[in-house]
Design a protein around this ligand. Structure first.
Ligand code: C2E
Ligand code: MG
Ligand code: MG
Length: 570
């Protein structure tokens, strides 16, 4: 039982100490009483000196093991034990005038030198394992040790997580060497905000952490106001900075290039009283959640962690896991909501809507996972999945009657704003043999806020292929009419939030009427979404809305139901 209290390392260390001491005593004893004796072991005859030599070498090895096992403590113990052996050797010379132990003394001195060399190498490698080799700052491993120590001493502190924005792109444009140069420059810049007890780390690729020591309220004296809060200190260095990138040979100043580097930060405060409730990784997670919030808000460069952020982060992560699982295990499926002409209720086509069915049978609506997907690149995978699946499912049906039917597919702003989107659609059309004129891509106004140029370019390329473009959720954004007139779209989809109020509020009805009128001037057709009752339907008919989509004439349908409706109509 007592053995359980010691770790394997401690037991190993104690055994090394024990045998090393035993060796020294044995060596002294043999030297004193059996100096001229030859020991017989079977066929071997071992002179006393040889045995003492073996003991001395074994002791050296044990001392080296001590250093490897217990590092600094091992080194100190090994040196003490070796000095003890040295003392015994000297005693023999002084007391018995016996110089036979002289070679042993040399052996012991070499042993001390060996221990010192091994210790210094070990120390260096330990330092290296705690250092980021690009910036020379402490690394993540050191972070865990330092922050854990501060937490265990129940000292208040603030942790800042600072990231170089779009570092991957900088690396791609300028190359890895310049990337490293930028990281070094940022390390120097951030080191400038440190006070005496603060520590800076580089924890991952382009992320730094600063441990800001806070004044301990218990020892804070009134009037001692020299402390500057981390937010104030950091805000001075977070502004965009133009870094001059030196030419390859570092001499020709005319070949210098400019590179704009921006930083963003997230801060988490650690209250000494709550030290028991967190650890180094929890506090880092909080600072990262604050950093995440900063990145989502283009108007701010620094956020401080709040409980609410933790919940949001948690929800986001859960949704991301669900999406990854659904893509891997085929939990996603599509439903199709019919769209009709307002006058004769003729089928125009279907809007494709994604659903997720978990193994326990629960159906998850896109309102839960699409916003989470849009914050990551998972939305690209979802859009790809929906596009390919809808085209594959509808291709055989369309071919059977030859009757026109539009399959409308929601595509995220990230996708329509990405460079190769039109090429990907073209490849998919060829792969599924889906007729381009039957495909409609639904985008929202947000697609034009981030990457207007690429979006318009993609739309034109898609239109050249024969694909149609719809502007979804119209009336919820802030697109100016001037901008809208320039957009090359085919269909304007009036959002449900406007349709909801057309019966009760004549102003809203007037507005919807103007939107329909404007759509027609732009050479667009207009569809109203979320039409739920006959009264809304009548009003929209009266105001010349071309199409409607809503529960009044059809909820989203399974593939088989949609197929039956299409066959029945044609
Ligand atoms: P959205 O594109 O505006 O889709 C219309 C939403 O309104 C759908 O909700 C639809 O079921 C619902 N809806 C249609 N008619 C009515 C009605 O009369 N009454 C009511 N109360 N609701 C109606 P859903 O399927 O939950 O989709 C929500 C949003 O999720 C969609 O809005 C779209 O932005 C996104 N989404 C859905 N499927 C996909 C997809 O495959 N890809 C992408 N990127 N986004 C999708
Ligand atoms: Mg839509
Ligand atoms: Mg919509």
């Amino acid at each position: 039982m007592a053995m359980n209290r010691f770790s394997k390392k401690q037991i190993g260390f104690l055994l090394c100490v024990f045998f090393s001491l035993l060796g020294s005593l044995l060596s002294y004893y043999i030297g004193k009483y059996y100096d001229d004796t030859d020991f017989v072991l079977g066929n071997f005859i071992l002179p006393s000196l040889a045995i003492q030599g073996i003991i001395s070498s074994s002791r050296s090895i044990l001392c080296i093991l001590m250093v490897l096992i217990a590092y600094r403590k091992g080194m100190v113990t090994a040196i003490i034990l070796t000095l003890l052996a040295l003392l015994f050797a000297f005693l023999r010379i002084v007391r018995f005038q016996d110089f036979s132990s002289l070679p042993g003394i040399f052996n012991i001195v070499f042993s001390i030198i060996t221990i010192a060399i091994i210790y210094s190498f070990y120390k260096k490698s330990e330092q290296n394992s705690r250092t980021d080799f690009i910036t020379g700052l402490r690394n993540r491993r050191s972070y865990v040790e330092e922050v854990s120590a501060v937490i265990s001493h129940e000292k208040p502190f603030c942790l800042a997580c600072i990231e170089v924005e779009d570092f991957k792109e900088l690396n791609d444009i300028f190359g890895i060497q310049i990337g490293d140069y930028i990281l070094e420059r940022i390390a120097k810049k951030l080191s400038g905000v440190l006070s005496k007890n603060d520590i800076i780390f580089k924890i991952t690729g382009a992320t730094y952490a600063i441990l800001f020591a806070l004044p301990d309220p218990a020892h804070h004296h009134a009037g001692d106001d020299s402390f500057v809060p981390p937010e104030t200190r950091l805000s001075e260095v977070l502004n965009a900075e133009v870094i001059k990138i030196p030419a390859a040979d570092n001499t020709d100043k005319t070949l210098e290039r400019n590179c704009t580097v921006t930083l963003c930060a997230g801060l988490a405060y650690a209250d000494a009283k709550k030290a028991a409730t967190y650890n180094a990784s929890k506090i880092l997670k909080n600072a990262e959640a604050a950093l995440f919030a900063t990145k989502r808000n283009p108007d701010c460069k620094l956020c401080v962690f709040t409980e609410e952020m933790e919940n949001q982060e948690q929800k986001q992560k859960e949704a991301e896991f669900l999406i990854k699982d659904s893509l891997e295990n085929n939990w996603f499926y599509l439903v199709y909501q019919p769209q009709f002409t307002t006058g004769e209720k003729k089928l125009r086509g279907f809007e494709t809507l994604i659903r997720c069915k978990k193994p326990d049978g629960t159906i998850v609506s896109p309102g839960y996972f699409i916003p989470a997907a849009e914050k990551t690149s998972l939305i690209m995978k979802i859009d790809d999945y929906v596009l390919r699946r809808a085209m594959t499912e509808f291709k055989p049906i369309l071919g059977s009657t030859g009757k026109d039917c539009i399959i409308s597919i929601n595509v995220s702003a990230k996708n329509i704003g990405s460079k190769n989107f039109a090429d990907r659609i073209k490849a998919m059309l060829e792969e599924t043999k889906f007729p381009p004129k039957n495909l409609e891509i639904e985008i929202t106004e947000y697609s034009f806020s981030d990457s207007m140029e690429t979006t318009v370019e993609n739309i034109n390329l898609l239109k050249a292929l024969g694909v149609q473009i719809a502007l979804d959720d119209f009336g919820t954004g802030y697109t100016s009419i001037a901008k809208l007139m320039k957009l090359p779209i085919n269909l304007l989809k009036i959002d449900k939030s406007l349709i909801d109020d057309i019966e009760s509020n004549s102003n809203v009805m007037d507005m919807v009427d103007s939107v329909i009128y404007m759509g027609h001037i732009m050479n667009c057709e207009v569809i109203s979404e979320g039409v739920e009752n006959e009264k809304q339907l009548e009003l929209l008919k009266k105001h010349n809305c071309d199409f409607i989509q809503g529960f009044v004439w059809g909820k989203p349908k399974s593939y088989d139901e949609a197929k039956a409706l299409y066959n029945e109509q044609s």
